[in-house]
Design a protein around this ligand. Structure first.
Ligand code: NAD
Ligand code: ZN
Length: 361
């Protein structure tokens, strides 16, 4: 058995107010006066204090991101061209010295993707997969403003392409620097806070109950799930700090194990019905009592405490073709099912089983 050589984020700044240090982080990359940085920022922050705290210099580029849809290959290609056109017009066509992604999982993934595409030609769809990236990315920084996905820690950037939803997975994808400032996640609307936070909770339940679990992943997953329990079942003044660390550690846990049934089904559901990752996971997880009885029971307590009502009957009106597509996408996620059942998963994960689960959602 070959063990994974785990590339992690080499530099991390954590703590309330640490966003102010972004100036130092970016300046460290500037070698000459014309060197420029790119700030890719979720447009939700355009009219918020954060917009005035960006340490941009006159030669820098700020792009406000539209994350109405989860990132598409076409969108990140267009953004990359926008950066290249800016560089050509202002900076002799050189690449930026740093790409800073600020926002939720969508914006972090866009930041990683653009940093990769600036040094790897041919468009993002051609790199959806594992270790297809050839060249190191431009220096890239990730700053979450909502917590749960673990995108700040992972070696992937999830993109919806012309024919698949799949990440650009590579060691080069990993951020060079992340900045975890709990101040930045304080204004998130309650529903979105819950859905994205549950992504983290579900990562841990799936990792800890999977066949891939090992002491390394358990060490992160157990602490992360403990923090989730504190955040979503109790009341703590420092809940933002706790959730931020839970998200990062959940990301570390699944990086050295794997997610499971919820994510496999959720990818199928989202691909066909367009649900965003967080809420899609919640809809799926709520029918997985047979897989994760304890986790689902606790999840329902969390929903109750935060008055969350999930959509129901979401598959009631899907066509036969849509149902088949959901089944196809879900059953295609071999490592996830392998993590759930072990190597003989194919005998267990039948179209009938998946259909019955989707029909309950
Ligand atoms: P998101 O980035 O899609 O943002 C969700 C909503 O929250 C958006 O409307 C956004 O504008 C808003 N928001 C963000 N910060 C806010 C703030 N401070 N105040 C108010 N509103 C704020 O949500 P997400 O759940 O963090 O990310 C989901 C995405 O992450 C999906 O595209 C998914 O595929 C991806 N993902 C990636 C990984 C990875 O390892 N790369 C892992 C899991 C999920
Ligand atoms: Zn997830």
């Amino acid at each position: 058995m070959k063990h994974r050589n785990f590339k992690t984020v080499p530099k991390i700044i954590f703590g309330r107010g640490c966003f102010a240090q972004l100036e130092d982080v970016v300046d460290e990359q500037r070698l000459s006066d014309s060197d420029f940085a790119v700030f890719l920022v979720d447009e939700i922050h355009k009219d918020k204090p954060l917009a005035n705290e960006l340490p941009n210099m006159p030669q820098d580029q700020i792009i406000w991101l539209d994350v109405t849809d989860e990132p598409k290959t076409k969108y990140v290609d267009a953004l990359t061209e926008q950066v290249q056109a800016f560089a050509k017009a202002n900076n002799q066509g050189n690449n930026p010295v740093s790409v800073v992604g600020i926002g939720g999982g969508s914006s972090l993934d866009i930041g990683k993707a653009v940093a990769l595409l600036l040094t790897n030609e041919g468009g993002s769809a051609s790199y959806q997969g594992w270790d297809l990236i050839q060249n190191p990315a431009v220096h890239h920084v990730g700053i979450p403003t909502i917590s749960g996905t673990g995108a700040e820690a992972s070696r992937t950037t999830v993109l919806t392409g012309p024919d698949k939803k799949l990440g650009m997975n590579s060691d080069y994808t990993v951020f060079d620097q992340i900045m975890l400032d709990p101040n930045l996640i304080s204004g998130v609307p309650a529903d979105q806070w819950f859905y994205t936070g549950m992504d983290c909770y579900i990562h841990n339940v799936e990792a800890l109950n999977g066949t891939y679990i090992n002491e390394f992943a358990r060490a992160f997953g157990e602490k992360s799930i403990d923090l989730c329990n504190q955040v979503f079942l109790e009341d703590h003044e420092d809940a933002d700090e706790k959730l931020m660390m839970a998200s990062y550690m959940g990301g570390q846990s699944i990086a050295y194990s794997q997610v499971g049934a919820c994510h496999a089904l959720s990818y199928g559901l989202s691909y066909v019905l367009g649900f965003h990752h967080g809420i899609g996971n919640c809809i799926v997880f709520n029918v997985l009592d047979d897989y994760y009885p304890e986790g689902v029971a606790t999840f329902r307590k969390m929903m109750e405490k935060h008055n969350i009502t999930l959509p129901t009957g979401v598959c009631a009106n899907v066509t036969e073709a849509q149902m088949n597509k959901m089944i196809q996408v879900s059953s295609g996620l071999a490592p996830l099912w392998d993590n759930v059942y072990g190597p003989d998963w194919k005998e267990k994960v039948t179209p009938e089983l998946l259909r019955s689960l989707f029909s309950k959602m």
